[in-house]
Design a protein around this ligand. Structure first.
Ligand code: ASP
Length: 317
């Protein structure tokens, strides 16, 4: 019977103990997290610790290992879905990475918390229970994030608040589903991905191209772009202003880098929407992708031998 849920722990505040600020993320094991949620006893659950870190320190090595463990467990016929406990800071990056390297026919559910387990406002136990519920849900599929009773898609989910409990949303797209009173209410289709194959992402991490983000802002110069080019970066995402506009000093350095063979995209720091349009003579646009997601997308495309330019086929939500 397909009903086992596997919880893969990676750390984060959900696994922290201490005050509401100034705590150390990644202290409690998955087994300890589960012990705080007696209702989880209703499901056959397995736990595995993949990493134990503050997600601000997330690495490509952890991403690769996490993807491998997800693939391993989803292939087991008795497994209904996988839950990944994670820090909130880079949850949206890990969700996007998994969405772009896997095409899960079962749910892969990331969850997190804004308060450590010892807080009076601890939100981890409810989020974990909701995440397991979604992972065990017949018909659920794809990579999603479950926080505060909302199920977010991997292209849209975004941390918008640094401290508030209700820190995540899906922007104008809205959530994929709601978890209300133990029930799942589906609002739109589960995410479907067209991933790059394992031959791309299973290669040694040391061979992954260096792709970075540089910010355009008042008073900026081209030093960061030139330094990254000199350091051998193969791709750069400019976090632009407004509709992907870029300061002249950064633009000049970016075009020089591009002429020298570095792939350069422009994105926007605006929290909603994305870069609209691709007028002649402008740097290629990252479309709807945030700078952090565009970095992952550009890296994976370079790894897959992509020779293109603009983000011609924005990933489906
Ligand atoms: N810095 C923590 C992390 O991302 C924050 C959190 O989990 O809320 O691991």
């Amino acid at each position: 019977m397909q009903n086992t849920v596997v919880i893969l722990g990676t750390g984060g505040t959900i696994a922290a103990a201490g005050g509401d600020v100034g705590y150390t993320a990644g202290q409690l094991s998955v087994a300890q997290l589960m012990a705080a949620v007696p209702a989880l006893a209703a499901w056959p659950i397995e736990a595995e610790q993949v990493a134990q870190l503050d997600s601000k320190d997330m690495t490509h090595e952890v991403w690769q290992r996490l993807a491998q463990r997800v693939v391993h467990h989803l292939a087991r016929p008795e497994v209904a879905g996988v839950v990944v406990t994670h820090g909130t800071d880079t949850l949206e990056e890990t969700a996007y990475f998994l969405h772009r390297v896997l095409a899960p026919g079962k749910p892969v559910v990331l969850t997190a918390s804004m308060r450590p387990a010892t807080s009076l406002q601890a939100d981890g136990p409810q989020n974990l229970l909701d995440a397991v519920r979604v992972a065990a849900q017949p018909g659920a599929r794809g990579v999603v994030a479950v926080l505060q009773g909302r199920v977010h898609g991997p292209v849209d989910v975004r941390k918008r608040e640094p401290f508030a409990l209700d820190a995540f949303d899906s922007g104008e797209a809205g959530p994929v589903a709601l978890v209300q009173d133990h029930q799942l209410r589906l609002l739109r289709p589960w995410p479907v991905s067209q991933p790059v194959g394992p031959s791309v992402w299973e290669r040694p991490v040391a061979e992954w191209p260096r792709v970075g983000v540089v910010a355009s802002h008042a008073g900026v110069d081209g030093v960061a772009v030139r330094a990254m080019q000199a350091a051998g970066y193969q791709g750069l995402v400019v976090e632009g202003t407004g509709n992907g506009t870029v300061h002249a000093a950064v633009l000049e350095a970016a075009w020089q880098a591009r002429t020298a063979g570095v792939a350069v995209w422009r994105s926007t720091r605006c929290p909603g929407g994305g870069v609209v349009g691709q007028p002649e003579g402008q740097l290629p646009s990252a479309g709807v992708l945030t700078p952090a997601r565009a970095r992952i997308e550009l890296m994976l495309r370079l790894m897959a031998g992509w020779q293109g330019d603009a983000l011609d086929a924005p990933p489906a939500g």
